[in-house]
Design a protein around this ligand. Structure first.
Ligand code: SAH
Length: 340
């Protein structure tokens, strides 16, 4: 069955036309789905009974079941959602003073193979559909009784490796008749798929682009992130400069600090040289240990020294607050499913 949340408003109008319905019905359905946020076709009471029946017969709403829910002492909640085909994905809800943020997954598994990330210890199974991406937001809002104001594509998967569905999901999340979350409140994080960064720059979406940089030499980066052998640092940064030129958006560079790997002042110095003159911000992440990981968290002292060096040399850097690490919900700790 087709997932009704996989359709853009225009596509849904076409679908309805094809079954002899007026296109404005699509607007009504959209309103029920993304503003009223109902969970069944039966609740769409301004549609005729016949149309509701047709919808039930032809479409699913793809409401996710919750396989597991863990709550951190800091209020972060990690969900393990049951997909219709038996796969499972994780989604994280975080509460900040300015509202609720959600970290969504974009794929079941991941192909990128970053050495420090738990999502990699599992094989790639498939891409999520745009509806499955959006459903993570709806399912979390429904369960937690909150309204989400920020969406980050930093869960399981490489979002730019599932480009079409991710862009479609972003448009739906952003659409005034969809979830109506401002593009500036949507962040997409990538390990650095250069051609896709170039494509994204042309989409005319004002979302924030985060780049997982993590190292300052190609040798070190390739060791940590195999994707670097395909798209080395210079090419990646060139794509970032072009992205800024086209979108005028500031890029956020993520740099996970691992003890004795990338946390000394030489690294900080090289990072300053690489990013000099760019419209950017550096987000330092104390690396989160994962099972079998060879990466250890840098000391607080080194993390602060690293940050201060960047700030003193003209690169704005902040240390990311760690949320949910006690329930393995922090960066790099998400997995496809709970392997016991
Ligand atoms: N695949 C995308 C998005 C998912 S990861 C990407 O690579 O950007 C979100 C962020 O967490 C990335 O910057 C990623 O490199 C980082 N990360 C992965 N494992 C981590 C770990 N063990 N500790 C801290 N950050 C980690």
């Amino acid at each position: 069955m087709k997932n009704i949340k996989d359709y853009s408003l225009d596509e849904l109008k076409e679908e309805l036309k094809a079954i002899g319905e007026k296109p404005f019905r699509a607007e009504q359905i959209f309103k029920w789905l993304y503003q009223e946020k109902v969970i069944s076709f039966e609740e769409m009471t301004n549609l005729s009974l016949t149309l509701r029946e047709k919808l039930v017969q032809n479409y699913t709403m793809d409401n996710f079941g919750i396989l597991q829910k863990q709550e951190s002492s800091d209020g972060t909640i990690k969900y393990l959602f049951d997909l219709l085909d038996g796969n499972a994905i994780e989604t994280v809800l975080m509460s900040y003073h300015h509202g609720y943020s959600i970290c969504v997954s974009s794929q079941v598994g991941c192909k990128m193979g970053c050495k420090f990330c738990a999502s990699t210890g599992i094989n790639f199974i498939r891409n999520l559909s745009s509806g499955e991406i959006v459903e993570q937001i709806l399912a979390v809002e429904q369960d937690a009784g909150v309204t989400i104001s920020n969406v980050v594509f930093m869960g399981i998967g490489e979002p730019l490796d599932n480009y079409d569905h991710v862009v479609k999901a972003i448009r739906l999340i952003n659409h005034p008749k969809g979830l109506n979350i401002g593009a500036r409140h949507i962040s997409i994080s990538t390990s650095g798929l250069v051609p896709k960064i170039e494509d994204l720059a042309k989409e005319n979406i004002q979302c924030t682009l985060s780049i997982s940089l993590h190292a300052t030499t190609n040798e070190k980066r390739s060791e940590m992130m195999p994707v670097n052998t395909r798209y080395p640092i210079e090419e990646l940064l060139e794509a970032c400069r072009n992205y800024t030129k086209l979108t005028h958006r500031r890029i956020s560079f993520e740099y996970a600090l691992a003890k004795d790997k990338n946390d000394n002042l030489e690294d900080a110095k090289r990072l300053v040289n690489l990013l000099k003159g760019m419209l950017c911000h550096v987000n330092l992440i104390p690396i989160n240990p994962i099972e079998k990981g060879t990466f250890k968290k840098a000391s607080n002292e080194n993390i602060i020294r690293f940050r201060d060096y960047l700030n003193d040399h003209g690169i704005v850097a902040t240390i990311r607050r760690e949320l949910g690490s006690d329930i393995d919900a922090a960066c790099g700790q998400l997995r496809r499913k709970n392997l016991t």
